[in-house]
Design a protein around this ligand. Structure first.
Ligand code: HEC
Ligand code: HEC
Ligand code: HEC
Length: 148
């Protein structure tokens, strides 16, 4: 009996500690994915393409900062690199990797040009989901021709 009561007190003390810890954690600022998604829309909208979305966190866990911001010369500014398709196809910027070798290549237009039309250039801290246009808003692909 004595042992049980001792345990009871220990459980209560542990519960109190857990409550205090939870309360302390609730005060912490929310962690956000580092630089979330970068929307790049200097030219896309005007050219009739969806804005390009660069998922920074997705890339950042695969490569060191230096790879992009030193070796490939990306300036630390959303939209600050004057990127266009000629440069990409020439192997600069995104094209240094999206060349069918390190990553899938440039023909996959929609994988990069996936932003909701009209989204301005910005570093957006949300997950990619709130920026990418829902599938239903995308033009319906032509139906497959039945095999003859
Ligand atoms: C690896 C990512 C990526 C892929 C794949 C990609 N683009 Fe782009 N594209 C970009 C980025 C980044 C920009 C710069 C966006 C801006 O500033 O508006 C851009 C800009 C553009 C522009 C405007 C500037 C210019 O060069 O005229 C057009 C048009 C364009 N892309 C068309 C395409 C088409 C068509 C395809 C597929 C054949 C394609 N893109 C594939 C990343 C990509
Ligand atoms: C795979 C390439 C890549 C890697 C790795 C990478 N970045 Fe970036 N970063 C970019 C691109 C692309 C942009 C947007 C540039 C543009 O819009 O022209 C950017 C933008 C930024 C910005 C500007 C955001 C804003 O508010 O305008 C900062 C800060 C940044 N990166 C920091 C980092 C840090 C710190 C690391 C490493 C922990 C890192 N990046 C790793 C490609 C990368
Ligand atoms: C240092 C190399 C590197 C650079 C530079 C780079 N990427 Fe990527 N990217 C990758 C790799 C690797 C993947 C993963 C490919 C795979 O899963 O096959 C990827 C995947 C992606 C994806 C898909 C993310 C997902 O959720 O599957 C998008 C979108 C993308 N890149 C856009 C861009 C754009 C836009 C740029 C230029 C602003 C860029 N990338 C520059 C290496 C790079």
């Amino acid at each position: 009996m004595f042992n049980l009561m001792k345990y009871g007190a220990a459980v209560k003390r542990w519960l109190l500690f857990a409550l205090l810890a939870a309360a302390a954690m609730a005060q912490l600022p929310l962690a956000h994915a580092e630089y979330g998604d970068i929307v790049i829309n200097n030219y896309s909208d005007a050219a009739g393409m969806r804005p390009a979305v660069f998922p920074h966190w997705f890339h950042r866990i695969r490569f060191r900062c230096k790879v992009c911001h030193a070796d490939l010369g990306f300036k630390f500014k959303a939209g600050g690199n004057d990127i266009n398709m000629v440069k990409i196809i020439d192997g600069q910027y995104c094209g240094a990797c999206h060349n069918g070798n390190i990553a899938w290549s440039v023909e996959n237009c929609n994988l990069c040009h996936s932003g909701k039309p009209g989204t301005p250039t910005q570093a957006h801290l949300s997950s990619i989901n709130s920026l990418v246009a829902p599938a239903s808003a995308a033009p319906t692909p032509a139906p497959l021709q039945p095999k003859k």
